[in-house]
Design a protein around this ligand. Sequence first.
Ligand SMILES: NC(=O)c1ccc[n+]([C@@H]2O[C@H](COP(=O)([O-])OP(=O)(O)OC[C@H]3O[C@@H](n4cnc5c(N)ncnc54)[C@H](OP(=O)(O)O)[C@@H]3O)[C@@H](O)[C@H]2O)c1
Length: 333
Amino acid sequence: MKAILLTGPKSPLSIQEIDTPEPGPDEVLISLKAASVNHRDLWIWQGDYGNISYPCVLGSDGAGVVVKAGSEANQGWVDQEVLINPSLNWGHQRAGHSSNFQILGVPSQGTFAEFISAPVSNVYKLPDGYDFIKSAALPLAGLTAHRALFYRGDLKANNTILITGIGGGVSSFLLNFAVRAGARVYVSSSSNEKIKKAVELGAINGINYKDDNWADQLKEFEPAGIDLIIDSAGGPHFLPLIDLLKPGGKIVNFGRTAGNIPEMAPSRLFYKHASILGTTMGSPADFESMLEFVEEYNMRPVIDRVFDWKETDKAFNYLRSSAQFGKVILRIC
Ligand SMILES: NC(=O)c1ccc[n+]([C@@H]2O[C@H](COP(=O)([O-])OP(=O)(O)OC[C@H]3O[C@@H](n4cnc5c(N)ncnc54)[C@H](OP(=O)(O)O)[C@@H]3O)[C@@H](O)[C@H]2O)c1
């Protein structure tokens, strides 16, 4: 089969022939029609991720058609249009994943390929009204966003929230989910244009985090403070986020796009009665809740661009430039 092969850190991404996988007894073989690019793929491409061995096939998000089942019991899946939950071996506790947990695509074969074998327990029918492109946008980003907001963040209607870096793929789901859940949403971005787009999608307002006084601008918007901040950046802007919270407020973080968080005086945290919570991907229950939410609210993902998979290099450069607003998709053909 054809697959996009990464042969070393920062090497060009080209289509090459590799062996087609055989589904195990609890797996199905899926003919992939679309995949999406996540920041994780960029970290791995640049060699900034654990447990990479080359050559490898990237990609955590995929949608396609089941063409073969590894056992008689799973024959009913053949010809079904499906998407894949990329949280592998989560385990039994919703609070956190097991020690065998992996994310689909490195170290296992990823979705930038014609075929993938996936555990039946991670395969779901496409949501109503979803084609392969929309479905490929959904799994990793939708799952992460849903768990961050609702399970870890315990979002309530009328909560005031801030989403940092609204151009990101996960952030676009956070915005969509939070607006539908009745939250009052602020966003941050490096681009005033993206803030405008977020307001069109239901945000109240936003600030440009490149401005020196970005935190003061947010304080002016919400003098009483913010209930919940969902952050994927970390970095030096993280500590001022604590000062923006209401007493007893929460920050949920799932990313490190802007690097490490500097040292902090503990008083900054304890005088605020603040909670800082981490989250990664999500459990099967989170994935199913996310799909239910999408169907209940007839929600569509924000898709910025669709690239032919022969142009995967271009798609990666596009994501690296942070030009996107929402998800970047690869059409596999
Ligand atoms: N732990 C997990 O399970 C998990 C799951 C998904 C993603 N992540 C992590 O979450 C992050 C976002 O992932 P993604 O796939 O959504 O990425 P993405 O689509 O590549 O988006 C990255 C966005 O980060 C924003 N950004 C960059 N520097 C920033 C800064 N200093 N402050 C605030 N925002 C900044 C930019 O927003 P603007 O363009 O608006 O400036 C950019 O568009 C990555 O670090 C990724 O590894 C973790």
